[in-house]
Design a protein around this ligand. Structure first.
Ligand code: NDP
Length: 322
């Protein structure tokens, strides 16, 4: 089978599309024939070594497809089932093995491509809005990189929960998408000071929560956008990691809360995984959540896909097709 592997950390060129063995599954594992792999920003962190992994490594933490084979102790899945997963490495491939406990069935209303697009970013939006900072009706909320994969989903769910939503994006085209997803206001943070504009849009009050996945470039100003007792949810590093911060600033700026969450702790047990995936699929069925699959790349063109994502050229979800 074909798979995308790295043997060293670095630029997109370190990813090699190569022939390798189809994995054989252990007793509690399921072999999945992948129809679509989700690309996520975390894949670029693993590729560059920002989040170190053991080498050689087959990239990709999200995928969907059909069950090809099951280990002898697997009880909940059988050959031909439509399934999806995230958080298990190896999805940039034609086949991968997934522990039974990490796999979910796809309901009829969710296509396989939607499954591959929603597992990681959809459940991220679920935990950010339902658990990390449970949004209350009437909350004011700032979402950075609002036209990205996570961003467009986050706007829709923040609106569903009754928030007033301000999004930031880099271009006019991205602003249109963020508006279409439901954002009340969109700031072009490449042209306008988003801190001043957020204060203006909220009559000086600031927002109750900032969901910031841009990191280094926005962190400080994001904190300044918060109302007293507000929540700074820093959940990514698209512009680089935040490395310096003085906790005393939280007191001085209004007894703020700061958290740096990761999806994988919020779906660590089977119950949370099923609950979050189930809710995301229900949102899709009830037409409260629409995933924009904007970019499909053949698996062999993975380098180009990463360049587009890191070059801020993509919007919505990016999928690889084996
Ligand atoms: P996106 O589709 O959102 O792509 C990243 C976006 O970040 C770009 O499109 C760009 O939007 C913006 N950006 C701002 N500055 C830069 C920069 N210097 N370089 C590149 N991009 C920049 O990616 P994802 O939806 O996959 O992920 C979004 C973020 O969420 C990532 O930081 C990711 O790590 C994080 N994440 C965290 C999770 C967690 O549990 N902690 C889980 C899932 C995702 P624009 O052009 O509009 O500025």
């Amino acid at each position: 089978m074909k798979a995308v592997r790295i043997t060293e950390f670095g630029a997109p060129e370190v990813m090699s599309y190569e022939e390798t063995e189809i994995p054989s599954c252990e007793a509690t594992e399921v072999l999945v024939k992948i129809e679509a792999s989700g690309i996520n920003y975390i894949d670029t962190y693993q590729r560059t070594g920002l989040y170190p992994v053991e080498l050689p490594y087959t990239l990709g933490l999200e995928g969907a497809g059909t069950v090809e084979q099951v280990g002898e102790q697997v009880t909940d899945f059988s050959k031909g089932d439509r399934v999806a997963f995230c958080g298990v490495p190896g999805s940039y491939a034609e086949y991968t093995k997934v522990p039974e406990g990490r796999l979910v069935s796809l309901p009829d209303e969710v296509t396989t491509k939607e499954g591959a697009a929603l597992m990681l970013q959809g459940m991220t939006v679920h935990y950010l809005t339902q658990s990390t900072y449970p949004i209350q009706r009437g909350d004011r909320c700032l979402i950075q990189a609002a036209a990205g994969g996570v961003g467009l989903l986050l706007i829709q769910i923040a609106k569903l929960m009754g928030a007033y939503v301000i999004g930031t994006v880099s271009t006019e085209e991205k602003a249109v998408l963020a508006k279409e997803a439901g954002a009340d206001e969109v700031i072009l943070y490449t042209q306008t000071d988003f801190e001043k504009e957020t204060k203006r849009l909220t009559d000086g009050k600031g927002v109750n929560v900032v969901y910031d996945s841009v990191g280094k470039a926005t962190f400080e100003k994001s904190i300044n956008c918060l109302s007293p007792l507000g929540y700074m949810v820093l959940f990514g590093n698209a512009s680089g990691p935040v490395t310096e911060f003085n906790p005393a600033d939280l007191a001085q700026k209004g007894s703020l809360f700061l958290t740096r969450p990761s999806l994988f702790h919020y779906i660590a047990d089977r119950e949370s995984l099923e609950k979050r995936a189930g809710d995301v699929f229900r949102w899709v069925k009830e037409k409260n959540l629409k995933v924009r699959i904007e970019h499909l790349f053949p698996l062999a063109e993975v380098q180009e896909a990463h360049r587009s994502l890191e070059g801020r050229k993509t919007t919505g979800k990016v999928l690889l097709i084996p």
